[in-house]
Design a protein around this ligand. Structure first.
Ligand code: ZN
Length: 148
């Protein structure tokens, strides 16, 4: 984090970092994705409950830096109710935004707080990590998820 990040955006990221939403193992999850970023030590598991093509519920667990945790928190909030295709379209926009800083005019919503991350290339992986876990999960086969 740095003073270069917009102060409002910093507030949102800090808020989600200190009090992450959906931070639990998901009862009844049928998809799971793992994300590990060795450069930073971020390590998360994303749990999805999918009904057909629709994400009914999403949660995550794990540990890592503030940006990775806030990203997973906002991400799991955002994708609830979206179809697999919508999640992938959103990922394309967010990936573009985080790597270039260009905020797409449609649809990224609160995720716009991560636009400033592009100024810190080492942090891009932190912000994207949970997305890769989610994409792996929506692309995966339905399977019972062990919550042990
Ligand atoms: Zn990190």
């Amino acid at each position: 984090m740095s003073d270069d990040l917009d102060e409002l955006y910093q507030q949102v990221i800090l808020d989600h970092c200190k009090g992450p939403r959906n931070f639990r193992v998901l009862e009844g999850a049928n998809r799971k994705g793992e994300g590990y970023n060795p450069l930073c030590g971020d390590n998360y598991t994303v749990f999805l409950k999918m009904n057909g093509d629709v994400v009914e519920d999403a949660t995550f667990q794990g540990s890592g830096c503030c940006i990775s945790k806030a990203s997973a928190s906002l991400l799991t909030d955002t994708i609830k109710g979206k179809t697999k295709a919508e999640v992938k379209a959103l990922f394309a926009k967010v990936h573009d935004m985080i790597t270039t800083g260009a905020v797409s005019d449609e649809g990224v919503g609160k995720l716009a707080v991560f636009a400033g991350v592009h100024k810190f290339p080492a942090r891009v992986k932190c912000a994207i990590l949970s997305w890769h876990a989610v994409i792996a999960a929506v692309d995966g086969e339905n399977q019972p998820v062990s919550t042990e």
